[in-house]
Design a protein around this ligand. Structure first.
Ligand SMILES: [Zn+2]
Length: 445
């Protein structure tokens, strides 16, 4: 595991977007890192013994957090391109998981982790719904420890559909065993979570068993909320709480959103996958207004790029388009601002992938902000050679920045990318791992 330097690290003279309500933005500011934590944020910090990263001309933001991605699909990039709805996905992509061996899980997860770090994604919730044998989970975890990304490894309870009930005992036993292993491992970066079986496949009784087991271990939990009514069903079964993050929830009613908000919960949206699949996108705006904390994910690397910056831009456009359509259809046209409308600004998108997503992965107190005491996950974005936008610098991140602007990536105080190049990982390692998986998985396709 890459280690933070024993010497302090000073990020000097950048435009700092702390995403911390008390600290706000610093037009020219410094961030001091000691070991794995941020120790100070402010103008002209005094740290004579520190290694210095010159951040002049750069935006300094918290590391990007993806709250829902199936990393095992990384080598299947393109297999899902242009799919038309769930029927295509169920026919052409999802069945490929049964061809993955444990070795493939290692390679796929390694490839995804390297690429995500390169693109500024310092933390991910890996929704690993491809635990076909215990070895699959062990090897995916091993890859996470090797890449050194911050990970909530959401152990997938949804195995083979024909034997969900019969398989549940060994799966839960492995979850307990992995929880011990992860807790005792030298790296604090990987934590265990639980990706619940989908209630429409497993039934509420099995899902209730999983939630009970997850709560006994204090694991953050998440599940695909696809058919309508599942949030209410969890509430009525007295199972809904803020430690469960539904994903998608496109058909959730306003009452259900109020239930999620009442327990301080969030929802993970995967806008490119949802939008391209024809799902209702009014949900993100409705959730935002209801007080639910939205976060964003790539979801399916088989059809969506591992690029959280792109998800922010798409989400903003989708939310604005949806809101503008309502205005037009209700006769408020041409568009004019009035109280409460429009209800999101570009900066909200950056909140979705930092402070909100930190809550989604169970680290809301210590991650997603650049503030003293927070975990030192930081990204520096170039604004050159063409310069910073006018107005809110957060809008520059959301609407102008691309992965080509990712100059520096710091995870847990360790510099993982500097001056546009990964420091201790090699992109060719990822391409080789992808090639190996394709040779093995697709050979008989
Ligand atoms: Zn998903």
């Amino acid at each position: 595991m890459p280690q933070a330097s024993h010497r302090p690290l000073l990020i000097k003279g950048g435009l700092v977007l702390t995403m911390d309500p008390a600290l706000g933005d610093l037009d020219t500011g410094d961030v001091l890192i000691e070991q794995d934590r941020i120790s100070a944020v402010g103008p002209r910090l005094d740290a004579t013994d520190a290694d210095v990263i010159d951040a002049s001309g750069m935006l300094v933001i918290p590391g990007l957090i993806d709250s829902h991605t199936h990393m095992w699909q990384c080598p299947l990039k393109g297999a899902g391109a242009g799919l038309w709805g769930m029927a295509d996905y169920s026919k052409h992509v999802f069945p490929l998981r049964e061809r993955f061996t444990a070795v493939d899980m290692y390679d796929a997860t390694l490839a995804a982790g390297i690429e995500m770090l390169d693109k500024g994604i310092t933390t991910v919730l890996d929704f690993c719904h491809n635990v076909m044998t215990p070895g699959h989970a062990e090897q995916a975890l091993r890859a996470h420890w090797d890449t050194g990304q911050r990970v909530l490894f959401a152990y997938g309870m949804l195995g083979r559909f024909a034997s969900l009930e019969a398989d549940q005992p060994w799966r839960l036993e492995q979850v307990r065993s992995l929880h011990r292993q992860v807790s005792e491992h030298a790296s604090p970066l990987v934590r265990l979570g639980l990706a619940l079986s989908s209630p429409e496949y497993a039934g509420m009784k099995l899902v209730a068993n999983e939630i009970e087991a997850g709560r006994a271990l204090g694991l953050p939990m998440t599940f695909h909320q696809n058919p309508p009514g599942q949030i209410r069903a969890l509430h009525e079964a007295k199972l809904l709480d803020g430690d469960i993050v539904p994903v998608h929830a496109n058909l959730a009613t306003d009452d259900e959103l109020a239930l999620v908000a009442a327990c301080g919960g969030g929802i993970s949206f995967t806008p490119e996958g949802e939008f391209g699949g024809g799902r209702s996108m009014s949900i993100i705006g409705r959730a935002h207004r209801a007080g639910v904390t939205p976060s964003l994910g790539v979801d399916v690397p088989s059809r969506v790029a591992l690029d959280v910056l792109a998800q922010m831009r798409l989400t903003f456009s989708v939310m604005r388009a949806e809101e503008a359509t309502v205005e037009r259809q209700t006769g408020r046209w041409p568009l004019e601002r009035h109280p409460g409308t429009p209800h999101v600004e570009p900066r909200h998108m950056l909140e979705y992938v930092t402070v909100n997503a930190a809550r989604a992965v169970g680290l809301g107190d210590t991650l997603g902000r650049l503030a003293p005491g927070c975990l030192a996950d930081v990204v520096l974005l170039h604004t050159g050679p063409y310069g910073l936008s006018l107005g809110d610098p957060a809008a520059h991140v959301v609407l102008q920045s691309t992965v080509a602007d990712v100059d520096t990536v710091i995870v847990n105080g360790a510099v993982r990318k500097r001056a546009g190049r990964l420091t201790d990982l090699d992109p060719t390692t990822a391409t080789a791992a992808t090639r190996r998986v394709r040779e093995r998985v697709m050979a008989t396709h």
